[in-house]
Design a protein around this ligand. Sequence first.
Ligand code: NOJ
Length: 545
Amino acid sequence: MSGSALHAQRDGWWQDAVIYQVYPRSFADGDGDGVGDFAGLLDRLPYIASLGVDGIWMTPFQPSPQVDQGYDVSDYCAVDPLFGTMDQFDQLLESAHALGLRIFLDVVPNHCSSEHPLFQAAVAAGPGSPERAMFHFAAGSDDGAPPNNWQSVFGGTAWSRVNPGSETDREWYLHLFSPEQPDWNWRNPAVGNYFEGVLRFWFGKGVDGLRIDVAHALFKADGLPDAPTADPVVDGLRSNPKVSDQEEVHEVYRRWRRVADSYSPGRVLVGEVNLAPDRAARYTRPDEMHQAFAFAFVKLGWDAAAWAAVGTELEAARKEHGAPPTWALENHDISRSVTRFGGGDRGFLRARAGLVAILGLPGGAYIYQGQELSLPDVDVPVHARVDPMWARGGVSRDGARVPLPWTTAPENAYGFSPPGAAEPWLPQPAFWGSRSVEAHRGDPHSTLHLVTGALRLRTELLAEGIFAPDDACSWHVREDGLLLCERGDQILLAVAMGDGPCPLPDGNVLLSSSPLTPEEFLPPDTAVWIRRRPPLSGLDFYDAE
Ligand code: NOJ
């Protein structure tokens, strides 16, 4: 499909879109340095298109010292040579569009890199300067304590002395993440203007949308007051109401929405809004972002009551604020679903079932690279861990970021790199080949085939109007552990989350994550899409609280 044909498609395409998350440094290495890059991605775009997804979200590739794997940006409008060049990016965009794939980029507006020229200028300019007013600089107490009790998400205090030991410059600067990631001061209008320029730069190139990093935290409580308790847990955002979800932040997204809507076709905003459903839904009001990940759902374990409860909360939020939830089970920050759902054979089956379930729900969905291969977390050896969260907080996200296996044979990092390449940036385990794209292609029952089949069917059901993006959802749990979601009046999604087989509800099974033998039972750890025969009755539900 040509780029213009793609752009001629209907408005609101994003409402039911499925986006594939590419973590570029682990997708495919084209230049042989052991780190994934644009050349590798360009080469394998047809693979992504063959899945049947609508687009790609690329995590940051802008110039960065890579302290937080690119989430420490030192230039928002350029390409880090580690990944390639701007010409290659333009080529990538054009090729993706020609394949019918949209491209979303990550924008990181909460913080930058300590090597960003504006932070460097702020450090050099000294206390009281307009340069420092772009960030949160503040004096500590006389006894050497930081300006307040806030904790960093990565562990330890959220403040660092800018000029340790100086008697004349006694200021500290705020960093909700690592010390190399100073927070912008969004109360300064110059910051908002700067980011509007960033948005316009990428939208002007034809980028279709932006994923907004830590979208709810840009504004901190005015005056930077102490958190109610100095909670030492490694989760500085959620334990501290003073650093996120301030009312002023919504004005940022109203402005960004106006910018996004000023392009033709309109550009799309999707937020990392890690808040409870009722609060997160406020970010997708009609004049703000288009989508916000359903974070309450992203991290759930294998627990029917919890899924039904969160599903019910999300449905209530949808009814109040309009936008359907945006579903995901994985991303580069959390444990992969095979592992999170128990590992081994059951974790494998559950992860497949979970994916089938979310692809059957109304609203957009995101698939993290490797999820279509049922990759589990890798136990990366301690000496090889590079995640800053590991060093500061003792938690490593590296296990979900290991370079993808493309071939069954181990040569060239299981096909991740070209011949003669350096070792991959994170070591791959010995079983990696059995999970490779090549292995999945050769097995008709593989997760790769399951996902492509599910996406094909989803497209058909949407085209026929059997799936509608704004279908209502009603969640229930049966006593045998069967999770049920009535989607609109035609579809029932069922997931067997207990330990035994569950009698299948009435209707025609359209898709199943595992074979149904015998046919009238749903084996444990299996999900199905059922076309209902009217009406749904005789089921023994208890409602999720
Ligand atoms: C969320 C990103 O997904 C994560 O990888 C990063 O460490 C933090 N935001 C800070 O940017």
